[in-house]
Design a protein around this ligand. Structure first.
Ligand code: ZN
Ligand code: ZN
Ligand code: ZN
Length: 335
C-alpha cells in the first residue's frame, strides 16, 4: 500500500482515513486516480455506506461505491454482530480492491457479466450454515471470521500459522483468477507442470486431505498444508501469498525502509534497500523475492521483539518460489 499525502496540507494520510488529522479536510478515496482526495477538491460524493460501515470511497452517483457494489448479499441491519463483521470485511475488501487495481487485474462485476463476473455474498453463519468459498465468480465469506475469538479458534483447530479476513479474500479471489487467467489459456500446461493436474477429483482430494494427519510432507513443495489438498487450493494459497508479498513490500518501499542486515557471516543475501519501485511494478520476480526474503526476516524479528508471533510464518522453498514466479508471470502478462 502506498503512502498518501493530503492534497490540501501535504501531511501523511492513510488509505483508511476519511479526514486529514492535520488540517481537518474531509477525505475520500477516488478509485479513478488511485488516491485520497479532499471532498472540497472533487465533484465526487461519499459512498452511501459511509455512515453505515465507514466506507471512505467516493462515487459519482451518490449511491454505493464500486467496491461496495461488488457485494451482492450483506447482513440485515438488525443483525448487530453481522453488521460489525461486515464493516471489518468491507475494509479488508477495499484493501484487496486497491491492490487488484494497482496490479491492473480485472474486477468485472457480476452485474456486467452475470455468468462469470465477480460478486461477494457476505453471510453470517450465526443465522445459517455458511462455508467460505468461491464458485464461478461468487465469493462467499463467513462473517463469523470477522470475530476475533472465532477466527483464532478456527486457526488453532486447523493448525494454521496465519488466518485473517484479508487472507481469506486474497485466497478466494485467487480461485476466480485461476478461471479468468489460467484455465483454458496457454498457461494451463505450465500450471499443471508446477501445481499438478487440476482435473483430479476436488471432493475426493479434500476428503483425503481432511482425513489424514499432517505429516509435514508438503513443506518442501507447498506454501501451506492446505495448499497440498488439490492444485486449485495450491494456486489459491500461492496467489494469496503473492498478494501478501507484493502489498507488504510495496508498503516498506513507500516508507523508505532499508534492510542492511547484521554484519555477520550469514548465508543470507541481505538487500540494502527494498528496491521495489512503488509506482512501476517490478517485472523481475527474482528481485522481488530477494527483497521479500530480507524484509520478512526483519519483520519477523520485529514482531518477536513485541512478543508477537512471526508476521510471516512461512518458508519459501525453491519449489514454492517457482510457483510464485508463475503467479507473477500470469499477473504481469495479463496487462
Ligand atoms: Zn491536510
Ligand atoms: Zn463503499
Ligand atoms: Zn480455496
Amino acid at each position: 500500500m502506498r503512502a498518501f499525502a493530503c492534497d490540501n496540507c501535504r501531511s501523511l494520510i492513510f488509505f483508511e482515513n476519511d479526514r486529514c488529522f492535520t488540517c481537518g479536510h474531509e477525505q475520500g478515496y477516488d478509485r479513478s486516480v488511485g488516491a485520497l482526495v479532499s471532498l472540497d477538491h472533487t465533484s465526487l460524493e461519499r459512498c452511501a455506506n459511509a455512515d453505515l460501515i465507514g466506507c471512505n470511497w467516493l462515487t459519482k452517483s451518490g449511491g454505493l461505491c464500486e467496491c461496495c457494489l461488488l457485494t451482492r448479499t450483506r447482513p440485515a441491519d438488525t443483525d448487530l454482530a453481522g453488521m460489525a463483521a461486515w464493516r471489518l470485511t468491507e475494509a479488508a475488501k477495499r484493501r484487496l480492491a486497491y491492490q487488484l487495481d494497482h496490479l491492473k487485474l480485472p474486477t468485472t462485476p457480476r452485474t456486467e457479466d452475470p455468468e462469470k463476473g465477480l460478486a461477494f455474498d457476505l453471510l453470517s453463519s450465526a443465522q445459517q450454515n455458511v462455508i467460505t468459498g468461491h464458485a464461478d465468480g461468487v465469493i462467499t465469506i463467513d462473517l463469523a471470521e470477522g470475530d476475533d475469538p472465532h477466527r483464532e479458534a478456527m486457526r488453532v483447530k486447523l493448525a494454521e500459522p496465519y488466518r485473517t479476513m484479508l487472507g481469506h479474500l486474497r485466497h478466494e479471489i485467487g480461485h476466480w483468477y485461476w478461471q479468468v487467467l489460467v484455465d483454458d489459456t496457454p498457461f494451463i500446461d505450465r500450471f499443471r507442470d508446477l501445481f499438478g493436474d487440476d482435473r483430479e477429483s476436488y471432493s475426493d482430494a479434500l476428503q483425503e486431505h481432511y482425513g489424514k494427519p499432517d505429516d509435514n510432507s508438503w513443506a518442501d513443495t507447498h506454501v501451506s498444508h492446505y495448499a497440498a489438498a488439490h492444485p486449485w487450493e495450491d494456486w489459491a494459497e500461492t496467489f494469496a501469498h503473492y498478494l501478501h508479498i507484493r502489498d507488504t513490500t510495496e508498503t516498506a518501499s513507500w516508507y523508505g525502509l532499508r534492510v542492511d542486515g547484521p554484519s555477520l557471516d550469514l548465508a543470507v543475501s541481505w538487500d540494502a534497500e527494498i528496491r521495489v519501485d512503488p509506482v512501476e511494478d517490478v517485472e523481475n520476480f527474482d528481485e522481488l523475492a530477494r527483497s521479500w526474503i530480507a524484509l520478512k526476516l526483519v519483520l519477523n524479528q520485529l514482531n518477536r521483539s513485541m512478543g508477537k508471533d512471526d508476521l510471516y510464518p512461512f518458508t519459501l522453498t525453491p519449489a514454492v518460489l517457482d510457483k510464485l514466479r508463475f503467479v507473477h508471470v500470469v499477473v504481469t502478462s495479463h496487462r
